[in-house]
Design a protein around this ligand. Structure first.
Ligand SMILES: O=C(O)CC1=CCC(=O)O1
Length: 397
């Protein structure tokens, strides 16, 4: 009997791996609308929850935990020889990713939590659903599925029929075990252990994991970006595929194919790394003299280089800090110390990078860099938002 979940692989075999996880009651087909575009730059591995899609129900026992589901993902990664991988998951699939990023930070290069939560509300509702599914099977869930998954504007049709048929086909015992995993899930006290660059995506009209759940994730994970998608319910990737895809491609690194795509991807990456306040300020301050330069750095630095999948954002921050110390670019260094924090580097790790620059860039250069980093990190500790707003920036990038 297979000990790994059912999976499907798409994309070049030498591209960086990206695992995509579904939500409760859905199969890996929930990512059908995204996989082709994501597989242009990634080796995309979609997997099914136990008893869902093509996965055996026996992968879990009568009760499951998010930790056990995470172990299945690690078993799959080991089976495929993946030491490290990027991960995006919807709802329970996201919680599994958050658990992995907390407990196995060395395995996760980058994380996206889509319509997910650190704590899926009062356990009672999940335990009641589990008990009813065990008694009656999954059929009764069909009636409530549209309202649980989508806004009232979602046209339904074939996409909804396929989702409901996957839910109907789910093994009741495994479905119930996943409900119990949701009942027990509480990662709220551990989010600060996540170091992987993280993007949180919320459906503004999601009733299953409403936007405050996403805000809690984003507030708890250092440097996490948060995107709230209007006109989307719980299955935002199905209801509003385009903005979800653009955000995932920008977050995980994708090579845009033309200037317009490069600009869009660059803007999203620049906002994720430097923060909305900084980017809004830089764009508002653009003049006819500087507008061309703003466009250039957005497309080139952010749209072509920072978006490349070959290095994660933490590593790119280490390289950038070092280069700025070497060049003595102190205003940009302050900006990129803040960016490094957004990208998941701890103050201790930033200190390690600067210590290393003392060897290769010289002690005086590192001395100045430590003074700048200390000021920026102190400001961030006392009031992150105020520090971001009040620090003097030029037309930097
Ligand atoms: O089925 C639902 O109610 C929606 C949902 C909650 C957790 C999950 O994975 O899906």
């Amino acid at each position: 009997m297979s000990l790994v979940p059912h999976f499907v692989i798409e994309g070049p075999s030498d591209a960086p791996p990206l695992l995509l996880a579904p939500s409760l009651g859905t199969s890996l087909a929930v990512w059908d609308g995204h996989v082709k575009a994501l597989a242009r730059d990634h080796r995309v591995i979609r997997w099914d929850l136990p008893g869902h899609g093509g996965s055996a129900a026996t992968l879990v026992g009568e009760r499951a935990t998010v930790a056990e589901l995470a172990d299945l993902v690690l078993a799959l990664a080991d089976h495929l020889g993946l030491e490290r991988f990027a991960y995006a998951g919807i709802s329970i699939g996201g919680a599994v990713g958050a658990h992995l990023a907390v407990r196995h930070p060395d395995r996760i290069t980058s994380l996206a939590l889509v319509c997910s939560s650190a704590h899926f509300g009062e356990p009672q509702a999940w335990l009641e659903r589990a008990a009813r599914v065990r008694r009656e099977g999954t059929e009764f869930l069909a009636a409530s599925a549209p309202a649980r998954w989508f806004t009232s504007d979602f046209p339904g049709g074939e996409a909804l029929e396929k989702l409901i048929s996957d839910q109907r086909a789910a093994d009741p015992v495994a479905y119930a075990a996943c409900c119990e995993a949701l009942a027990d899930c509480d990662l709220r006290g551990e989010l600060d252990r996540i170091t992987a660059p993280t993007l949180v995506i919320a459906g503004r009209e999601d009733t299953a994991t409403p936007p405050p759940h996403s805000r809690e994730l984003a507030d708890g994970i250092a440097g996490a970006g948060l995107l709230e998608i209007p006109g989307a319910g719980h299955l935002a990737p199905v209801e509003r595929p385009r903005p979800v895809l653009d955000a995932l491609r920008a977050h995980f690194g994708a090579a845009p194919s033309d200037d317009a795509e490069r600009h869009a991807a660059g803007t999203a990456m620049r906002r994720a790394v430097l923060g909305d306040a900084h980017v809004d300020r830089a764009l508002a301050a653009a003049t006819p003299l500087t507008a061309g330069f703003q466009d250039f750095i957005t497309r080139y630095a952010w749209g072509e280089i920072w978006t490349r999948p070959g290095l994660d954002r933490r590593t790119r921050s280490c390289v950038t800090l070092t280069a700025l110390v070497a060049g003595g670019h102190h205003e940009e260094l302050a900006l990129h110390v803040r960016a490094a924090v957004r990208n998941g580097l701890t103050p201790e790790e930033i200190g390690e990078v600067l210590l290393q620059t003392a060897v290769y860039c010289g002690v005086p250069a590192a001395n100045a860099a430590f003074a700048i980093a200390r000021r920026v990190l102190d400001e961030a500790t006392s009031d992150e938002t105020t520090a971001d707003e009040t620090t003097d920036h030029k037309d930097d990038h």
